[in-house]
Write a protein that binds this ligand. Sequence first.
Ligand code: ADP
Ligand code: NA
Length: 332
Amino acid sequence: MRVVSGIQPTGNLHLGNYLGAIKNWVAMQDAMAGGDTCLFFLADLHALTQPVVAADMAANTIEMAATLLACGIDPDRSILFNQARVAAHSELAWLLGGTARVGWLNRMTQWKDKAGKNREGQSIGLFTYPVLQAADVLVYQATHVPVGDDQKQHLELARDIAAKFNTDFAVDLFTLPEPYISPAAPRIMSLRDGTAKMSKSDPSDASRINLVDSDDLIAQKLKRAKTDPEPLPDTPAGLENRPEARNLVTIFAALSGRTPADVLREHAGQGFGAFKPVLTDLAVATLAPIRERLTAMLTDRESVGVVLRNGAEKARSLAAPTLLAAQQAIGL
Ligand code: ADP
Ligand code: NA
């Protein structure tokens, strides 16, 4: 089994990123048996599909890598690197550009949604990034790729491109990757309004718990998190139309590795005056060690850079034979 997954590098990660994405990566890494490998990359090339702030790029990459390491990605077991340092991604993407059809990309709902009515004004990268995504996984002969609902269509595209390349050039080169099925990741909502996603782009810092927040700040934000005056129900059905209450129960469940139903069985009848302090203790117990590791790494960015460089070197050597075979198949 070889699992490949990427995440765009951003700074200031929050509890939603941790519980909704990074924790799953760590679980995936821990699920690998001998001989299986996870490759995790920071998708800095994919960041070019949006306006670039060049001055932030390097810092975001280091901060994202430091966050992943602090959360438990282990560079001795997994390969962690940034995409721009492994040229084979871009080279294979170009080769696959000869195979992918404009009609296939035109059908991508992400393209339609992100481009809206102004297709002519979009970057070529926004249109073709699913081809780069195909290269990201095919270049490593990935057997499995974790995908959320919004990326299922792109994985199908990668399989279509791989199959057409294999057929067109009469080779048995590319592995067709399957979706990696992991437990559904929770969606964490804003602490100010239980119906918006917790996000770094929310202008209110009180709406989210950042992974660098101190214990006191975590406590303060949870204390002030919007709730309602009702006690907790005894089943998840009772949380319907109570988005703020449901969000805090979701966070509690995700932090403790239990289901919302289990959490409610234990806390039914409690008001938030009693529930929030227990939730705070749980959040601090989980996040304080992550913050301490993260803060230490952010004061030694050079070491994080070394981890990324070593990861890129391993990734390059895994990618090289497939890139060469693709060139040879085409006659290059
Ligand atoms: P943001 O919304 O803060 O900009 P990103 O879009 O960069 O976060 O998301 C990075 C990863 O974190 C993605 O896998 C995304 O699904 C996950 N993620 C982001 N926000 C949340 C959230 N509130 N709940 C669960 N997962 C989230
Ligand atoms: Na976002």
